[in-house]
Design a protein around this ligand. Structure first.
Ligand code: UDP
Ligand code: MG
Length: 317
């Protein structure tokens, strides 16, 4: 029977937490009672620098419920870093962790299946969404575009899998070896390479509160995913450069021939158009290069990914 830690990052989740905590406690309780999880299993909430009552709620649950632990980060480190903080804390006590969101969009009834895969020897178990019918049209289109793009760029990620996953102690230790500051967990975890399994589930609508991933954050996250795992964009712009140089040779030849044939037209449109086009492409390319340089900058600084303010640990440990 494994000691299972449910790791739940929370940012301003006061609206969702009471129901989440009730259902998670109930679920973990029944897992323990049915002999699927060890009695030392816990729910670990990671407060990612919330500004509402989230931490008060977590402290309260911890005091009245022995299953609940809490980790408070000193500032908002971002979902991925908060999750990472939780996993690194849990790995000292747990045989495996299961990460899930505080809004319980991911169906917790399949926690049993996660543990079944674990018992069959899987190191990592990915929770994969069956379909995306609870998403808005926009989110659906952008998400599918994102997975296609990642595949095109040669990044190995699991289709329709977010951060609902089980990780065994050994893979958590391997994950801890990854030193990058720009964290994109669903890109790193498959690289670890240990034996993995999959469970399928339906994703519900957010239970309460608002999404903490507005469009801007989501796009930033997608870009992070690409630039952290693929240097293909850099190759694409050099190829673009070659293509454009080639095209401009043809253009020059065309201009010379027209000149000698005596059909010189003022050609203002063509000149202006090409200036704009080239200007645009150059800016775009500089932007892509700049993106990578920015990444190098933050990796070189090598700042800690998160700072712990308080840990409500297990009094029995
Ligand atoms: N979250 C976090 N830090 C952040 C943003 C989000 O800890 O900076 C947590 C949030 O509380 C939730 C999970 O990450 O538990 C996923 O966020 P959300 O459900 O808002 O994202 P969505 O499901 O809309 O993509
Ligand atoms: Mg959500």
């Amino acid at each position: 029977m494994p000691v299972v830690y449910l790791v739940v990052p929370c940012l301003n989740e006061e609206a969702a937490l009471p129901e989440t905590n009730r259902r998670l406690t109930q679920k973990l309780d029944s897992l323990i009672k049915s002999g699927k999880a060890d009695a030392k299993s816990r729910i670990l909430y990671v407060d990612d620098g919330s500004e509402d009552k989230t931490w008060e709620l977590i402290t309260h649950y911890h005091n009245e419920n022995p299953l609940v632990l809490g980790l408070k980060l000193a500032h908002n480190a971002g979902h991925q870093n908060a999750l990472f903080a939780g996993l690194m804390t849990a790995k000292s006590y747990a045989d495996c962790t299961i990460s899930l969101d505080a809004d319980l969009q991911d169906d917790i009834e399949i926690l049993d299946e996660f543990i079944d895969r674990f018992s069959e020897g899987c190191e990592i178990v990915y929770g994969v969404r069956k379909k995306r019918d609870t998403d808005t049209f926009f989110k659906r289109v952008t998400a599918v575009g994102f997975y296609k793009m990642m595949k095109l760029l040669g990044v190995d990620i699991v289709y329709n899998h977010a951060d609902y996953r089980l990780m065994r102690k050994r893979s958590l230790e391997a994950l801890g070896e990854y030193r990058e500051v720009n964290l994109f967990l669903r890109g790193i975890v498959p690289i670890i390479g240990y034996k993995s399994g999959t469970v399928y589930y339906d994703r519900h609508k957010r239970m309460a509160g608002e999404s903490k991933y507005p469009l801007k954050k989501m796009l930033g996250f997608a870009l992070d995913g690409i630039t952290s795992f693929s240097v293909k964009p850099l190759k694409i712009i050099s190829n673009l450069g070659i293509l454009i140089s080639f095209l401009s040779i043809i253009g020059i030849l065309y201009a010379l021939i027209s000149y000698f044939l005596g059909v010189t037209v003022p050609g203002w449109t063509a000149i202006v158009a090409s200036i704009w086009l080239l200007g645009g492409i150059q800016l775009l390319c500089i932007g892509v290069v700049g993106g990578y340089i920015g990444k190098i900058y933050s990796e070189v600084k090598n700042r800690p990914r998160y700072t712990v303010e308080q840990f409500l640990d297990d009094p029995e440990q």
